[in-house]
Design a protein around this ligand. Structure first.
Ligand code: PMP
Length: 285
């Protein structure tokens, strides 16, 4: 990802892709003082772009730093990145972090906060599992309590558990992992939220210790528009056996059907297909 042509926006300027580097004593690299966003542009428009920029600010607040660029400035910068790289359909990554400064210990209040924005083409997140149904492992790692980490922050530190879970899943031939939470309830996948269908009604875990994804919120709206009953609630692992359909939602994942979680199988049913197709239409509207 580093040695290629293109432009990356860094601290207010568009610079050459291969020069977008940081120093090894960057605080974020040692202590995870970093927050980020994952967004998708469709036909030149970033879907919910402003909401992503707002969430970046909220994430930074939650881990104790302030981004020195306003939401409007970030919006302008994202557009400039797409344009400079000639992209209309792309994944957009904004990242803000504590840089190098006075402090090299745990505290970093005096280190400058930096911001960078990159964009590149990124097709279906789960490859050809997209419409066939992804296969998920069940992770041994649990989403932590909101008293342990700020779970509504899209913060780098929270992704250590996701990376470990995803590596273990891929080693078993799965595309992703379902994580339970610290209480044992069904939580989310490593970069996407979960939905289940039973008897024509939808069940989705309450996002009280993991990200309440923007795609999740969009899909709940789509279901309500279609008069489908949505139950946001705590879901026990034993219930997985009784669900008929399952899908994942996320900016990168979009709406991806799930065919298997551990030993449980799900059909790629009519509602799953309708929501996946409806989402594709909505983002391009
Ligand atoms: N959970 C995790 C851990 C994620 O990384 C993501 C992707 N940002 C999501 C859920 C879904 O969030 P969104 O729909 O806002 O992309």
């Amino acid at each position: 990802y580093d040695d290629r042509d293109g432009k990356i926006w860094m601290d207010g300027q568009l610079i050459d892709w291969r020069n977008a580097n940081v120093h090894i004593l960057t605080h974020a690299l040692h202590y995870a003082s970093s927050v980020f966003e994952g967004e998708r542009a469709y036909n030149g428009n970033i879907f919910l772009g402003r909401k992503h920029s707002e969430r970046l600010h909220t994430s930074a607040d939650l881990i104790d730093f302030e981004i020195p660029w306003s939401v409007d400035e970030i919006e302008t910068a994202k557009k400039a990145v797409l344009e400079a790289n000639g992209l209309t359909d792309a994944y957009v990554r904004a990242v803000a972090w504590r840089g190098v400064g006075e402090d090299m210990g745990v505290a970093s209040a005096r280190n400058p906060v930096r911001l960078a924005i990159a964009a590149w083409e990124w097709g279906a997140y789960y490859g050809d599992a997209k419409m066939r149904g992804a296969k998920l492992d069940i992770s041994k790692w649990k989403r932590p309590s909101p008293e342990t980490a700020p779970s509504q922050a899209k913060a780098a530190g929270l992704y250590m558990i996701c990376t470990m879970s995803k590596h273990a899943a891929e080693a078993k031939g799965c595309s992703d992992a379902l994580m339970f939470d610290y209480r044992g309830y069904v939580a989310e996948a490593t970069g996407a939220n979960m939905f289940f269908v039973k008897d024509g009604e939808v069940h989705t875990p309450t996002p009280d210790c993991f990200l309440n994804g923007l795609t999740r919120q969009t899909v709940i709206g789509m279901l309500k528009e279609r008069q489908v009953k949505v139950h946001e609630r705590h879901i026990m692992p034993e219930e997985l056996e009784g669900f008929e359909q399952c899908w994942l939602t996320g900016t990168a994942a979009e709406v991806t059907p799930v065919g298997q979680i551990g030993d449980y199988n799900f059909e790629v049913g009519a509602l799953t297909r309708e929501i996946a197709e409806g989402y594709e239409k909505l983002v391009r509207r």
